[in-house]
Design a protein around this ligand. Structure first.
Ligand SMILES: [Zn+2]
Length: 395
């Protein structure tokens, strides 16, 4: 695949400024060096990673406590030194989580506790064919498997999230998918055959809810809604601690709930659906009226951060509509947490007040007050992690 289009896994994802994220990143640097170079002295680790000897010593102590590395005494340049060796993690089960979007695919390898031990991502052209995506996924999977195998992990299978409904009776992608080219494809069989392992498929927003409930900041919560705002708008539901898939597996399709009686005509043929106001393409189109051309998602994010009035207005209108629909969901299922994911979470907390306001207007004060509204707590890996969680559950 062309290297220039590849967006490799970022070693410093959003939130990397926090002390815990920095510590994680530094720990990963130490582990990476040990994986590639074998046993090393603490002084070697400090030289190789550019970290201070005190930081390395501190990280190594935590890794010893976690059973990830062992230390011993050796002699280097005639002096006693602490040698650090990786403890093989044999028997650690890992699963692949594959998240396919309209324009991207991301693959993570995650342990049963949600620790990411491998990751890679790639951009896809809009309107890509399933076969094209399959090739990219196969390449990414073989790439991340090398590291997982090297570390002695045992792969139990793969989960795959797609932005569309999956009919649980047939395993086929249903109509209304953001990937119309995929409709009617037996996704699980096609991917399983190509990857040579069991593949479990589900809607990406459903997997987002699973990831948040299992591994997110509110893990263990019994009733949670994950709202994905991207090329389309969808939601996933965890009710009573379990993923709710409904009769056909087609739940949470909130993108086509009507929010504006005389709004835009929607791709579904109805008028004024939530997606016509709150999907990323509809926000870009609305902003394009003011900008005189169609902006990119990254521009919308920059404009919001810069306080551009038109961008803020578009975001507020989208938030109000999302909030209205979330309020309706609250009235029906009374979730404890609503987590919002998708590319616009890059604008940060500024995304939430208009949703909160819309929600308050559409549900009772007691429910509005008690519902936690948050940005996804797993960054841009949420759906991929949910896919890995699905594969772990299916083992
Ligand atoms: Zn619609």
């Amino acid at each position: 695949m062309p290297q220039d289009r590849r967006t490799r896994s970022r070693t410093a994802p959003r939130g990397s400024g926090s002390p815990s994220a920095l510590r994680r990143a530094n720990t990963e640097r130490v582990l990476r060096h040990l994986r590639s170079s074998g046993a090393s002295t603490q002084a070697d680790l400090a030289r190789a990673t550019g970290l201070s000897p005190a930081t390395v010593s501190n990280l190594v102590r935590s890794l010893v406590d976690d059973g990830r590395v062992a230390t011993g005494t050796t002699t280097a340049s005639g002096r006693r030194a602490t040698q650090v060796t990786l403890v093989p993690q044999a028997g650690r089960q890992v699963a692949l989580g594959i998240d396919v979007g309209r324009r991207h695919v991301r693959v993570v390898v995650a342990t049963e506790s949600g620790e990411v031990v491998g990751e890679s991502a790639h951009e896809l052209p809009a309107g890509h064919r399933a076969s094209e995506c399959l090739q990219v996924v196969a390449d990414l999977v073989s790439e991340v498997r090398v590291a997982a195998d090297h570390a002695g992990h045992r792969l139990v299978g793969a989960g795959l999230g797609i932005p569309g409904p999956v009919d649980v009776r047939t395993g086929l992608v249903g109509h209304g998918a953001i990937l119309p080219e995929w409709v009617g494809l037996p996704v699980a069989e096609t991917f399983a055959e190509r990857l040579g392992m069991p593949v479990h498929v589900d809607n990406d927003a459903t997997l987002g809810a699973l990831a948040e409930a299992r591994w997110g900041a509110y893990k263990g919560v019994q009733d949670l809604v994950y709202v994905k705002v991207a090329s389309g708008v969808g939601s996933g539901l965890v009710l009573g601690g379990r993923v709710h898939r409904g009769h056909l597996g087609m739940t949470g399709e909130i993108g086509h709930l009507p929010v504006a009686a005389y709004g835009q005509v929607c791709r579904c043929g109805n008028r004024g659906c939530l997606e016509t106001v709150a999907s990323v393409p509809s926000m870009l189109a609305a902003l394009g009226v003011s900008a005189g051309r169609l902006p990119r998602t990254s521009e919308l994010i920059s404009l919001v951060q810069a306080g551009d009035p038109a961008a803020l207005r578009v975001l507020e209108d989208a938030g109000a509509a999302l909030g209205q629909v979330c309020g309706g969901l609250c009235n029906v299922i009374n979730p404890a947490v609503i987590a919002v994911g998708g590319p616009l979470t890059a604008v940060g907390e500024a995304l939430l007040p208009s949703i909160r306001h819309g929600l308050s207007r559409a549900t009772t004060p007691a429910v509005a007050e008690a519902t936690v509204l948050t940005l996804t707590t797993l960054g841009d890996r949420t759906e991929a992690l949910g896919a890995a969680a699905l594969a772990h559950s299916a083992d």
